[in-house]
Design a protein around this ligand. Sequence first.
Ligand code: HEC
Ligand code: HEC
Length: 264
Amino acid sequence: MIQRAMLGAVASAALLAASLVPIVSGEAERLQRDAASRAGAVIEQGAMLYGLHCRTCHGSRGEGVGQLGPALGDGHFFTKRSQEVGWQSTLREYVVSTTSHGRLMGTRPIYAGNGTTAVMPPWHEDHGGMLRSDEIAAIADFVLNWQATATGKVELKALSLPEQNPQDPRTISRGEQVFEKHCLRCHGAANGAASGPAGPPLANIATLGNGRREGMTAQEYIRESILIPAAYRREGYADPGKGQDCGAVLTESELAAVIAFLSR
Ligand code: HEC
Ligand code: HEC
């Protein structure tokens, strides 16, 4: 009796196993697809967090932003940087570790800083930042995802963004909204001659800005001033400081709109 029951159990286990085979291989495929889509979702989350916290200094495509932060999406970063700083582990670990701890002093003269305010704040919550480990890991995945294009393995076609016509009244009125939201508090009213509490008046910047920096049009000067306000110091105004973005939080299209508005 016992034997028969056991045999029965063995037989049904074998049957079960046999019937499972096709399901298992289908399952493996499904698991693989799931893993790929999870990895995609993590990179997407990383992209969103990068856009919020890193883009202002490292650029939306990791191209770097003036004296604010170095490129993270170029060939140099992927092929030479570890060696340059003597990093022994993987590049991914380098991104995770640097991002978590931030950096008091930059390693290159243009990011040197003053030694008291960190040139890059720490991001991990364990070090006083606002991000969790999994969020920093997602950002690292997003940054590492630039490797193929950075090292020339994949060539991207130039993105053709819809052109914003700077003369279009809709662009200008969008620019006005951007100005009121992001610039007014420091620069005062856009048509006012009086300056705001912190920054110079911008009423005639489209004329005054022309040639203020050698070889730059007023529009290029405005763009640079927004991204790196201290690139050209005006006497009598506070240094807006690296952390105090003049407007570097803007998207590319908001930037174009506010420049159109100031040039109207
Ligand atoms: C306020 C500007 C600023 C912000 C915001 C910022 N960084 Fe940085 N980051 C820097 C500077 C400056 C350096 C130091 C460059 C050096 O040492 O030469 C740096 C260095 C790095 C490095 C090492 C680069 C290298 O070439 O060694 C990584 C990786 C990095 N940042 C990632 C991030 C990530 C991810 C975020 C967003 C969570 C972020 N940073 C936000 C300014 C910034
Ligand atoms: C936190 C305050 C602050 C905010 C916000 C701010 N700026 Fe500025 N901006 C300054 C300061 C201060 C200067 C002068 C910097 C200097 O001369 O070193 C400046 C300089 C400029 C200049 C150069 C002016 C000149 O006469 O050379 C332009 C253009 C400019 N900002 C545009 C903008 C725009 C557009 C915005 C909004 C997207 C903006 N800023 C937001 C503080 C700010």
